[in-house]
Design a protein around this ligand. Structure first.
Ligand code: HEC
Ligand code: HEC
Ligand code: HEC
Ligand code: HEC
Ligand code: HEC
Ligand code: HEC
Ligand code: HEC
Ligand code: HEC
Length: 344
């Protein structure tokens, strides 16, 4: 399971425990920390100045001195908000609209009656506090009060993202505060053919703008998607907890001099080098498997390695491959998908 290292997901703190620096590298790291501390001591930036100057912004959460990043006036006396109390704009001043979170969950919609009925009281009252019409805002799932009041700061260790009603043992537990567990698992969009063998075209439009014509489509250029850019988002909507994979662990620990120097985790979602493209041309022909790249950018994306369709949907054998493999990998076994692009 080394390939899929959830622990090194950059969104998680302390994820690189296994890759402790040693010797010279440790001193380099101390030097870096020292440098960063010096740089930080040169001034505390608010988000606006930070954004203008491209500097890292201050984290206002769980802090005493930075109430003013969200509140106007003195919140100890009277609670007023910046951005005229628009709780989405308030957060998006620092958290970009187009961040990873946009794939975790959308905001701004009014929950169905069923969801409203299911929601615990504290979620429902936060819903209406956040927006008088009851549209979903950030404060429904994130309880800001935990990070506002000093007496609540003890929660930080176990509930760093201040989830309402948290901490949660399992990532999806908070989802079931509003979603029905049954409905959620039944939503599997990869299940595309019913027991009678009919194609469920309603499933196609989870990802495609129009139902693809399976008799005519010869490749990815012949189908349209619900979104045009950054197709990763097609999958992140549901697979929001999938870390940067595969190979992140290996590259965090460092395989070569170059990778050891780099401190950022490696992501495969990039334009392949010409050497890799050349190899791909050969391996895909030999093995008769498609390894599609993102249209427009030529980047590796989720469906490069995974076939999201059910077996039998694709008329072309090369496009059908992998549909019923474990983890939907286009090549038979885990290691084999790596060999499509990497030479041993
Ligand atoms: C990241 C933005 C943010 C920061 C920083 C922040 N607050 Fe808040 N605060 C909010 C939001 C949003 C609410 C409304 C939450 C709700 O209604 O669920 C709130 C609510 C409050 C409330 C009313 C809720 C209650 O418990 O009665 C108080 C008081 C408060 N904040 C004080 C503070 C103080 C003091 C600080 C600084 C130590 C602070 N806040 C920092 C966003 C923030
Ligand atoms: C002044 C800028 C600023 C504002 C306003 C702000 N945040 Fe943040 N927030 C940050 C920074 C900086 C971090 C740390 C990011 C990191 O570690 O990558 C952060 C982290 C977080 C985290 C993750 C905490 C963790 O430890 O993993 C959550 C959840 C979050 N913010 C929610 C909110 C919500 C909800 C609002 C609106 C009520 C909000 N933030 C408003 C700057 C801001
Ligand atoms: C429906 C619930 C829900 C709503 C609404 C919501 N979040 Fe979150 N948020 C989550 C969950 C769940 C996670 C943790 C995802 C994970 O474990 O990777 C999260 C994580 C985060 C993080 C940390 C991300 C990271 O990569 O570490 C930030 C920052 C954040 N949310 C900000 C916001 C902001 C800003 C809004 C409003 C625009 C918002 N959230 C609305 C459920 C929600
Ligand atoms: C506070 C309530 C709330 C929570 C918690 C919540 N959701 Fe949602 N979710 C909604 C609302 C509202 C919609 C819009 C559609 C509707 O109301 O039926 C929605 C829609 C969705 C959709 C689009 C498909 C659909 O059912 O319409 C997905 C996928 C989804 N949520 C996943 C999640 C996941 C994953 C989590 C946990 C990280 C989560 N939700 C947590 C309220 C919530
Ligand atoms: C979970 C998202 C998702 C769903 C659901 C989905 N597709 Fe796709 N489809 C994709 C992606 C991503 C590609 C591009 C990669 C590829 O070619 O397989 C694609 C490509 C295709 C192609 C071109 C294949 C080729 O030769 O390269 C056809 C045909 C197609 N889809 C048909 C369908 C049909 C029919 C359905 C409904 C039964 C469907 N898809 C449902 C994501 C999806
Ligand atoms: C509407 C939600 C949804 C979307 C969108 C979605 N998936 Fe899935 N996916 C699921 C569900 C549900 C399952 C089956 C349950 C499970 O194993 O988690 C699943 C299973 C998988 C698996 C198999 C996991 C395993 O352990 O065998 C892979 C791989 C996968 N999806 C890839 C993708 C890719 C690639 C895309 C985008 C083209 C995508 N999914 C889009 C909901 C979704
Ligand atoms: C370069 C190839 C590659 C790319 C790109 C890729 N994956 Fe994977 N994925 C794999 C491999 C290999 C595994 C099996 C790893 C293992 O079991 O250790 C896997 C496993 C998975 C699983 C099953 C994990 C589990 O816990 O059961 C899901 C779901 C998944 N990937 C979704 C995605 C999504 C979503 C993306 C895009 C953000 C993506 N993959 C991009 C190769 C890839
Ligand atoms: C679709 C092609 C493709 C597939 C499939 C693929 N890789 Fe890669 N991989 C790349 C590209 C492109 C790079 C970056 C260019 C380079 O260094 O050659 C890369 C780089 C790497 C690196 C070096 C990361 C660093 O820190 O520089 C590792 C480790 C790696 N891949 C592991 C894997 C593993 C393990 C698998 C199979 C589970 C896999 N790759 C599958 C294309 C692929």
């Amino acid at each position: 399971m080394l390939l899929l290292d959830k622990e090194s997901y950059p969104g998680k703190k302390g994820g690189v425990e296994g890759a402790r620096p040693s010797g010279v590298r440790r001193w380099l790291l101390y030097g870096l920390v020292f440098l960063v501390l010096i740089l930080l001591s040169h001034g505390v930036y608010g988000a606006d100045e930070a954004a203008e100057e491209g500097k890292p912004m201050e984290n206002p959460h769980w802090q005493e001195g930075l109430c003013g990043e969200c509140h106007e006036g003195d919140p100890y006396k009277e609670v007023r908000f910046r951005e005229e109390g628009d709780f989405i704009a308030l957060c998006n001043r620092c958290h970009e609209k187009d961040s990873v979170h946009a794939y975790i969950h959308a905001t701004g919609m009014i929950p169905s009656e069923k969801k409203l009925g299911r929601m615990p009281e504290d979620f429902r009252s936060a819903l209406y506090r956040g927006d008088e019409k009851g549209r979903l805002t950030c404060i429904v799932c994130h309880n800001l009060v935990y990070q506002c009041r000093k007496e609540e700061f003890w929660r930080r260790e176990r509930n760093p993202r201040f989830f309402r009603g948290g901490p949660y043992g399992h990532r999806t537990d908070i989802c079931y505060k509003c979603h029905e567990p049954k409905g959620y698992t039944r939503m599997d969009p990869h299940d595309m053919i019913n027991d009678e063998g009919e194609i469920l075209t309603s499933k196609c439009v989870v990802c495609h703008r129009v139902v693809p014509d399976v008799d005519r489509a010869l490749g990815i250029e012949d189908v349209e998607f619900k979104i045009e850019k950054n197709l990763e988002r097609l999958c992140r909507r549901c697979h929001y907890d999938i870390p940067l994979h595969p190979g992140t662990f290996i590259s965090m620990a460092g395989v070569t001099e170059k990778t050891r120097k780099r401190r950022k985790p490696f992501s495969h979602l990039r334009v392949p080098t010409s050497a890799v493209l050349k190899r791909l041309e050969k391996t895909t022909r030999e093995k008769d498997i498609i390894i599609p790249l993102e249209p427009g950018t030529g980047k590796i994306f989720c469906a490069t390695c995974h076939n999201p369709h059910e077996r039998g949907i694709q008329r072309l054998r090369r496009a059908d491959r992998g549909a019923d493999n474990p983890q939907r990998l286009r090549a038979e076994r885990k290691g084999e998908i790596c060999l499509m692009c990497h030479e041993l």
